[in-house]
Design a protein around this ligand. Structure first.
Ligand code: ZN
Length: 195
């Protein structure tokens, strides 16, 4: 979902070649984004099926998704975004890579908050989305072992965003009508009529 702000990452790095590194990172990001399904791709609108086999193929998929997420400078990536209609996503939980398979997310309490979200499949779009502040998440890891997480704030937001992807739901479906119109004009500039 949301992209990192890396502006300050190199502020103490005075070595030569920083510009080259940043250019390389930017290039890697573009390559990664080209491997992630973008708005208009039908896979983004499909409902993913439960994972039944915790095998080598799943491990390879998780590895591929994790590196794509990092190269694209995202904090979460769902299988549907790489065209795989299985219920799993990866995300960065407090600096640690996690994979959640067959996740079930339950809001805890009634608190919600509205924040801007972006998505690796929606280019430059950022729109306000209301999410539960706290959630309980039950899932399996890549080996099929149970995982139980209590999350709040940005982490809770990320997993709600990724879970939506597994049901074919995008930010556009979660935001207000005006933000949606603006987002669509960014995504489909040629279809916007001027008055
Ligand atoms: Zn997304």
């Amino acid at each position: 979902m949301a992209e990192h702000d890396h502006d300050h990452e190199h502020e103490n790095d005075e070595t030569e070649g920083v510009d080259d590194e940043e250019l390389e990172r930017a290039a890697r990001r573009l390559v990664a984004l080209s491997r992630i399904r973008q708005y208009g791709d039908s896979a983004l609108r499909m409902k993913a099926r439960e994972v039944e086999q915790f095998d080598e193929e799943l491990a390879r998929l998780v590895e591929r998704m994790t590196s794509l997420m990092h190269e694209a400078q995202g904090v979460g990536l769902a299988a549907t975004q790489v065209g795989v209609l299985r219920r799993l996503f990866v995300f960065v939980d407090d600096g640690e890579d996690r994979v959640l398979v067959n996740p079930v997310v339950t809001p805890v309490g009634d608190d919600t908050e509205v924040e801007d979200e972006g998505c690796l499949s929606l280019g430059p779009v950022r729109v306000p989305v209301e999410r539960a502040v706290r959630v309980q998440l039950e899932a399996k890891d890549a080996a099929g072992e149970p995982v139980s997480l209590s999350l709040e704030g940005i982490d809770a937001r990320v997993v709600q965003h990724e879970l939506d992807h597994l049901d074919g739901v995008l930010l556009l479906d979660r935001t207000d009508a005006e933000s949606r119109r603006d987002a669509l004009s960014q995504l489909r500039p040629r279809l916007v009529l001027t008055s």
